[in-house]
Ligand binder design. Structure first.
Ligand code: 5GP
Length: 181
């Protein structure tokens, strides 16, 4: 049973819903009159993105990217492999990258440079979570849902071994779950 694996809830379903609405309102103001393209980095962004786009009261388009960072599950190496690239050109578009969490920042600093080489009009980042304690590469995150301490979290799109993504809140698992196997 999944609920038995949870140590504590860090961000509740209600807190997430409230913050997503606020972000949607802010994005609606900031991107009015622009050609907004939302780029989701799969799979972690899926729940956040689907709630966020419904809170943005503007016409927009969406595209998705799948990336994998070389290295172990806990240590990002900074070398990013694009497994699925964008389907359309981003030239002249106002691109908003939607991520689940920024940890070392290595993945996003690579992606932002990669995107900039494709000549968009602008590139900004919107991340549900920000773990600033472990930052290795400097990235400007214009839109942050929540700043969190250096703990490994799951839920609301975030996984541990592909599990727990469907939990409606962000939580920390019991230590024995992470040491199992
Ligand atoms: P970065 O390159 O910023 O270190 O890597 C970000 C990626 O690492 C995220 O997109 C996510 O897949 C993974 N990650 C970093 N911290 C966590 C965490 O606390 N929980 C989960 N589930 N994934 C994390």
């Amino acid at each position: 049973m999944v609920l038995e694996d949870i140590k504590s809830i860090m961000i509740s379903e209600e807190e997430i819903a409230k913050r997503v609405k606020e972000l949607g309102k802010q994005l609606t103001e900031d991107y009015r009159g622009k050609e907004l393209l939302i780029v989701g980095i799969l799979k972690g962004c899926m729940l956040f993105l689907s709630d966020l786009v419904r809170a943005i009261e503007l016409p927009l388009t969406m595209d998705f990217m799948v990336v994998s960072s070389y290295g172990t599950t806990t240590k990002s190496s900074g070398v990013v492999r694009i497994i699925k690239d964008l389907e359309r050109e981003i030239e002249g578009k106002d691109v908003l990258i939607v991520e689940d969490i920024v940890d070392t920042g290595l993945t996003l600093s690579y992606l932002v440079e990669n995107f900039k080489s494709r000549n968009p009009k602008s590139v900004r980042i919107c991340s549900l979570l920000d773990k600033p304690d472990r930052r290795k590469a400097q990235v400007d995150i214009e839109y942050v849902g929540f700043k969190i301490p250096d703990e490994f979290v799951v839920g609301y799109g975030l996984d541990y071994g592909e599990n727990y993504r469907n939990l409606p809140f962000v939580c920390v698992l019991k230590p024995e779950i992470y040491t199992k196997k």
